[in-house]
Write a protein that binds this ligand. Structure first.
Ligand SMILES: [Zn+2]
Length: 94
C-alpha cells in the first residue's frame, strides 16, 4: 500500500474495514479498478487536474478494494462508524 500523498489524503478516505474508497468531495463510495479513474474523470475533472487524478488512481490501485455494490449492510446491533463529509469545510466528522 502506498503512503497517501496530500492530494490523496484530501480527496479520498480508505475504509479498511469495508474495503471501500470514499470520495471526500461528495461522500460517494468509489468502485474499484477502472471505476476509480472513470469516477474522478466523470465526476470531478473540473476540480482535479490530470496529475491529481492519476495520484488518486494509483493510490486506489494499491488498495485491496471490493465493489461498493457488494458490501453487506451492517446489522442494527453492530457498531457502525459513520463518515459525514461536510462539503463546505470538507472536514471529516466521525
Ligand atoms: Zn465524488
Amino acid at each position: 500500500m502506498l503512503e497517501p500523498n496530500p492530494i490523496v489524503a484530501e480527496h479520498v478516505l480508505h475504509d479498511a474495514h469495508y474495503k471501500v474508497l470514499i470520495c471526500l468531495i461528495c461522500g460517494h463510495a468509489i468502485k474499484s479498478d477502472v471505476g476509480i479513474k472513470r469516477y474522478f474523470k466523470d465526476a470531478h475533472s473540473r476540480m482535479l487536474d490530470i496529475s491529481s487524478r492519476k495520484a488518486l488512481v494509483e493510490y486506489g490501485g494499491s488498495l485491496s478494494l471490493i465493489d461498493p455494490d457488494h458490501i453487506s449492510i451492517p446489522s442494527p446491533n453492530s457498531p457502525v462508524c459513520i463518515v459525514v463529509v461536510d462539503n463546505n469545510s470538507r472536514e471529516r466528522k466521525v
